[in-house]
Design a protein around this ligand. Structure first.
Ligand code: ADP
Ligand code: MG
Length: 239
């Protein structure tokens, strides 16, 4: 697990300023929720952290090392998206092990270690009984569990989730929300979770970051932000 820092991060597309002077310290093992209306820059922030998008200025640090110029594969970050494309031609076991089997050199694992990791994560996620199944035969909730497991099996330093539950129906969303938090408390991974949903933000995170138009409006514990909003935007967005 690792700490993460965003220092004076800005992002522009041409003349369009998308993110303005973002500063954030995420502690090791923390569960941080990034919340704000659609288009405020949440996904852009995550994509820069993952290395899928360059910063225009500022520094991203993992464990105090600047990672601005590292490619995604060298950052040791796991990602879970809204559309959790599993490999359709691989069963659940092979989906979970896919990233592990790609690891080379000092990170290379033996087949025995890989199986151990898969069994461990399958156990935590309660998907041990579907390891032989193909993605197409799974329910939406099962698929999302497998996607989570695939991201976690590598034990990345940081895990980023971009609206991972928005394709699920309300009942399943509630269930998975509880599960993700439980998973975090069990494994303790440093997590940044993006959502536009106030309820998710209020219930999931240790702290939340409220964003509007590429600017951080408030960083606080959920109830603190709810009861003591710093401005009218935060008040109306959370209230
Ligand atoms: P969110 O995830 O909060 O909904 P995004 O980070 O996806 O917001 O987008 C923030 C803003 O950046 C939006 O106005 C979007 O249109 C713009 N944007 C995102 N990607 C690009 C791009 N590749 N080129 C130009 N504008 C972009
Ligand atoms: Mg988005």
């Amino acid at each position: 697990m690792s700490s993460l820092k965003l220092q004076n991060i800005s992002k522009a597309y041409g003349k369009l300023d998308i993110l303005k002077n973002i500063n954030l310290d995420i502690e090791e093992g923390e569960f941080l929720v990034l919340v704000g209306p659609s288009g405020c820059g949440k996904s852009t922030t995550l994509r820069m952290l993952a290395g899928l998008e360059e910063v225009s200025s500022g520094n991203i640090k993992i464990d105090n090392n600047i990672v601005n110029d590292l490619p995604p594969s060298s950052r040791d970050i796991g990602m879970v998206f809204q559309s959790y494309a599993l490999y359709p031609h691989l069963n659940v076991e092979k989906n979970l092990g896919f990233g592990l089997r790609l690891q080379k050199n000092e990170n290379q694992l033996s087949e025995e270690e890989i199986e151990e990791r898969i069994n461990e994560i399958a156990n935590i996620l309660g998907i041990t009984d579907i390891l032989e199944k193909m993605p197409r035969s799974l329910s939406g909730g099962q698929r999302q569990r497998v996607a989570l497991g695939r991201a976690l099996a590598r034990r990345p330093k940081v895990i980023l989730m971009d609206e991972p539950l928005s394709n699920l129906d309300a009942k399943l969303r509630n269930q998975m929300r509880v599960e993700i938090r439980r998973l975090h408390d069990e494994i303790g991974m440093t997590t940044i979770y993006v959502t536009h949903d106030q309820i998710e933000a209020m219930t999931l995170g240790d702290r939340l970051v409220v964003m509007e138009k590429g600017i951080i409006q408030q960083v606080d514990k959920p109830l603190e932000a709810y009861h003591r909003p710093k401005n009218t935007f935060v008040a109306s967005f959370l209230g």
